[in-house]
Design a protein around this ligand. Structure first.
Ligand SMILES: Nc1ncnc2c1ncn2[C@@H]1O[C@H](COP(=O)(O)OP(=O)(O)OP(=O)(O)O)[C@@H](O)[C@H]1O
Length: 230
């Protein structure tokens, strides 16, 4: 299978410090790759660097055949990558519909409303009147309106109750079925295992493990050693 994303020896950080210390990671077309790792491992920095929000020191970021390393975020977005950021970042004073319109340009909102009927019901509610799960769905909807080939999901379960995580997971499964590839940064292993085909683990800015999800979840001792959880 061809890879939609190919990251090679990526180095990046803040003000001269090194956070990403030579990351190699590929995402197959239509595949979902979970990116796990302890707090501070560099997962968010990785996602921001791929999105063009942080300029890498060196290394390659290819989407399909196109080199994007160093390109600004709007170029990366146009090339087909969309981010669902940690903390969701919905515009609090704007309604659901206004939040979506900002991302949509002239594109219709029907597909997003069909995928997430709850957003259609809440279309006239302001961002700050939404529950955490609704805000997460709005963040996902906003990313989808860019019609991405690759989604970067930064901890979509963060701060959500288990039943709400389940609803968000259902939405993400629908996207996977449509063939949208994703990098899924997650602390919630159940969600990562449910959605991902492959698991990668980052430690100190490097990928230290990669395996098919089934293999990873079957070996609890290794998962424990890699993540410090059971
Ligand atoms: N804007 C920033 N300026 C300076 N240093 C930063 C900045 N953002 C993150 N860092 C540092 O980079 C390192 C990696 O952080 P990052 O947020 O990428 O890790 P993470 O794996 O996503 O962790 P978490 O699960 O806590 O979000 C940490 O040492 C952090 O303090």
């Amino acid at each position: 299978m061809t890879d939609v994303l190919t990251v090679r020896d990526l180095r990046a950080g803040y003000a001269g410090t090194t956070v990403l210390d030579g990351v190699d990671l590929t995402v197959p077309a239509g595949g979902v790759v979970a990116l796990l790792g302890r707090n501070g491992a560099g997962k968010t920095t990785f996602v921001h660097t791929v999105m063009g929000l942080l300029k890498p020191y060196s290394g390659g970021i290819r989407l399909g055949g196109r080199e994007l390393a160093g390109a600004p975020a709007h170029t990366v977005a146009r090339a087909g990558i969309a981010i669902v950021p940690q903390g969701r970042r919905v515009f609090a004073p704007l309604t659901v519909e206004e939040n979506l319109r900002l991302a949509a340009g002239r594109r219709p909102l029907d597909r997003v409303y069909a995928l997430m009927p709850r957003l259609a019901e809440r279309r006239n509610h302001r961002g700050d009147q939404l529950s955490g799960g609704e805000q997460q769905m709005l963040a996902i909807g906003r990313a989808l309106l860019r019609e991405p080939r690759l989604l970067l999901l930064d901890e979509p379960s963060d701060g959500l109750a288990p039943t709400v995580v389940d609803q968000v997971a259902g939405v993400l499964e629908g996207l996977r079925a449509e063939g949208i590839a994703a990098v899924l940064v997650e602390q919630d292993l159940h969600l990562a295992f449910r959605l991902a085909d492959e698991v990668t683990v980052m430690r100190k800015g490097r990928i230290v493990h990669r395996s098919p999800t089934d293999e990873f979840r079957a070996d609890r001792a290794r998962a424990h050693a890699l993540l410090g959880v059971g």
